[in-house]
Design a protein around this ligand. Structure first.
Ligand SMILES: NC(=O)c1ccc[n+]([C@@H]2O[C@H](COP(=O)([O-])OP(=O)(O)OC[C@H]3O[C@@H](n4cnc5c(N)ncnc54)[C@H](OP(=O)(O)O)[C@@H]3O)[C@@H](O)[C@H]2O)c1
Length: 236
């Protein structure tokens, strides 16, 4: 295919109501995409959503732990816009309990949101991404998908490593149909998950710029992993 025409393309974005997700929504709205935004708190989403008319944007309830919620969102997007070209999995949670004290419930919760949430949306969106001919999947993973940094982050790291594996799997499965997949792996980002006021770490707008760049690339320029750091370390 030739260059990507944003105005023709439909993007699904989870975790769109705050943090990195809300910055991605703002950036892609400015770029002219049609947006299907998902959040479990639709009231918060209505407040944070970009100022775009209903012809270019729909707001949806999406609870990442619920298969029916994912199915309803995908179906509603296709019914409204007739296509899905880009799926961005941004919803995620972290728990900082160490390996020895971490309860299995906490690990189950992270697995449900950080891994099964994206897995479900990918499986449901896949037929539509195939039809697009230039489908894109972006999974917001983490540098914690590339290295384990301390005991407090081990459970989160396990889920993000799994998300990275899922990213590579879908990249292989979808390649011949023009689907390109990027795992975005940032270090600490200034959102509620870390500290929204910390200007010494990655800013969420910068992650949004990177996402906008990778989804606009043609099928002939695939970025499988994007490692983003703010401090000197071996990986980024
Ligand atoms: N901040 C960092 O340092 C950092 C670094 C690397 C990667 N990441 C990843 O980046 C992604 C976005 O994180 P962030 O920094 O923007 O964090 P954030 O500000 O805490 O936002 C997290 C988002 O995920 C949503 N979410 C959580 N549980 C959900 C569920 N069960 N169903 C649906 N949505 C749910 C939240 O919705 P509510 O508002 O309803 O809670 C919120 O929209 C996550 O996958 C995170 O792991 C973050």
């Amino acid at each position: 295919m030739g260059s990507i025409n944003a105005g023709e393309r439909v993007v699904m974005l989870s975790g769109a109501n705050r943090g990195i997700g809300s910055k991605i929504a703002a950036r892609l709205a400015a770029d002219g995409y049609r947006l299907s935004l998902g959040a479990r708190r639709t009231d918060a989403l209505a407040e944070s959503a970009p100022d775009v008319g209903p012809d270019r944007m729909m707001l949806n309830h999406h609870e990442a732990t619920d298969l029916d919620s994912a199915r309803g969102w995908v179906d509603a997007t296709v019914e409204r816009f007739g296509r899905i070209d880009v799926l961005i999995n941004c919803a995620g949670i972290v728990d900082r309990t160490g390996l020895e004290s971490m309860s299995e419930d906490v690990l189950d919760d992270m697995w449900a949101v950080n891994v099964k949430g994206p897995l479900r949306l990918i499986r449901l969106a896949l037929p539509h991404l195939r039809k697009s001919g230039s489908g894109r999947v972006v999974n917001i993973a983490s540098l914690s998908a590339k290295r384990v940094k301390g005991d407090s982050i081990v459970g989160y790291s396990m889920t993000k490593y799994a998300l990275l594996a899922l990213s590579h799997a879908i990249r292989q499965i979808g390649w011949d149909d023009g689907i390109r997949v990027t795992a975005v792996c940032p270090g600490p980002v200034a959102t509620d998950m870390m500290d929204p006021d910390d200007d010494t770490i990655i800013q969420p707008e910068d992650v949004a710029d990177l996402v906008a760049t990778v989804i606009a690339l043609p099928n002939t320029a695939s970025v499988s992993e994007l490692l983003v750091g703010c401090r000197m370390e071996a990986w980024a």
